[in-house]
Design a binder for this molecule. Sequence first.
Ligand code: HH2
Length: 336
Amino acid sequence: MIYVRPIAMNDPARPAGALPLAGGWAWFSHAEVLERDAPPRIVPVADLDAETRDRLSVQRPAFGGLSMDRVRIMGILNVTPDSFSDGGLFLKPEAALMQARVMAAGADILDIGGESTRPGAAEVAQPEEIARTAPVIAALRAAGLDIPVSIDTRKAGVAEAAFAAGASILNDVTALRFDPKMADVASQLRAPVILMHSIATPATMQDDPEYDDVLLDVYDALSERLAVAEAAGIARDRLAVDPGIGFGKTLQHNLALLSRLSLFHNLGVPVLLGASRKRFIGTLSSESDAQKRLPGSLAVALAGVAQGMQMIRVHDVAETRQALSLWQASTSGVAQ
Ligand code: HH2
């Protein structure tokens, strides 16, 4: 089997014959062809078959009502006592609502979670997770905030309660693996779903994770989860994928994924990148305090945008918005 990775470019000068990358801001004139047992090759787009060229270049359908022709910022709001960087800050509903208002000013989506999935985190009982998340979603709707809300959960009951309260996107860090009811519930809710790659559970995922080839293994796993979701009745145009940075991955695994993220466009759906404040940023910058990892987080987010990531999940919404608009202006030569 071969894997075709478009080589993403952002230069204002496009050679004739170059194709738009997933209908977005980047383009590609060459692709890297990867195989498990052969060295990579670089080929011009003219050498790709028509189906592959189409899949890599057509604009993705709108996801959760948001067009995918520009980068969408997902703001993280963890209503938990123990999330790795904002744990305990927004556990009180008033604090969560205030943070939601601040984030809604710059974010395209608010991602609300009631269970930390940081490495080593323990599972939260479903009633407790519902009690943390659903009232906050209801409160922000009651306050007139109409920003799309995604519920970050691996439990079907939490997803149902969140949708009843006003959420409209499901973000499952186990790609529908954890709760046997999740695929059916997502299908019944007609939810747009983000399928994130992870292995095992947060409690054990960092116990020496191993892959044959992390990039290709994660790609195959996401391809399989897309098929499972479709078989459960969730249409392809309601699905997005995420390589799951830090979820069952070493530093080297994370970097191997980040440097070749554009491969995931071959799955034909929008791709989300979540790297904000994560441990590998602390490791590479010698910064143990997660709240001081903004510069590294911005650098990784922009590197993802350069590879055509349609959605980026971040803690620092206003700062990311500023970095993104300057990146866009200075790569395109046009004030946005
Ligand atoms: N990362 C976290 C949680 N949910 N969802 C997606 N789609 N992608 C991610 O990379 C992702 C995610 C972990 O980060 P955070 O929510 O900040 O921490 P915690 O799990 O400790 O609450």
